[in-house]
Design a protein around this ligand. Sequence first.
Ligand code: 13P
Ligand code: SF4
Length: 308
Amino acid sequence: MNEKIIKDIAKLKKEKDAVVLVHNYQLPEVQDIADYLGDSLDLSLKARTVENKVIVFCGVHFMAETAYILSPQKIVLLPDITSGCPLADTINKQDVINLKKKYKGVPVVGYINTSAEVKSEIDYCCTSANAVDVVSNIPYEKVIFLPDKYLGSFVKQNTKKDVILWHGYCPVHLKIMKDDILKLKEKYPDAKVMVHPECLLEVQEVADKIVGTSGMIKYVREHPEVKTFIVGTEIGMCYRLKKEFPDKEFIPASELAVCPDMKKNTLEKILYSLETLEPKVFVEEKIRIKALMSIERMYELRRVKTKV
Ligand code: 13P
Ligand code: SF4
């Protein structure tokens, strides 16, 4: 059954000049048909540089919106348009306006896990892969960081900045408990522990490495002597890591860390998207231009040289 769908997807991709971008948390069968697999930063860069007319974005809504913000001349499809992000939903545009009034003159750094409207009000965008670098390079002593308070606390601990936090969090990463990791460390004493900075601080404290999803791949590559890794993030990452490093063992820190929104894009929905060129993601031009500026500033601070 899947074989037929996979063949049809490949045929339609050619016919419609489409590329499939897939986040590291997507379903295994979706990861297997990816043209590019990556974290939110990798995928935003790819969305910008690929030459195809159509992008099928297998991730959640804010990621597809970011692809559109960077490449409005392309058709950006999100196979399941309802795939949102509860963390991104913890803040809206008015909340940012209120914060800017309360802390006049303090620059606002917003995680990529935010809506286009929120991005249109922030000064700098960042991802888990570059949050510390972006905040370190901002020429101000004090910054507002939103919406994730755990990533924000990680940034605060790793920069010399005074960081004002918003109270958002990712419910999926909060399923990972310190005790889960301590028990696994007893069972696998030689394993290294990698956790995402959206995890609770007490979970971060028992990790060998606190890093976003692309950083996890890098960390495994840099530790060829280690055979087993305990992985503190959304469960799809273990499949992604096993694809990259088939000889290593990846143990999920918690089987409960499943992001239901990330699992909504199925092969059937991808095929339907390619057949109909729906559902499309669109951002109003006035919002897009302002949101683009915050993303551009992120690239400038990270000195990533790409063309718009
Ligand atoms: P990455 O940018 O590390 O892939 O994370 C995105 C995300 O949604 C984490 O929950
Ligand atoms: Fe959002 Fe958390 Fe899902 Fe990532 S894992 S998309 S932050 S809800």
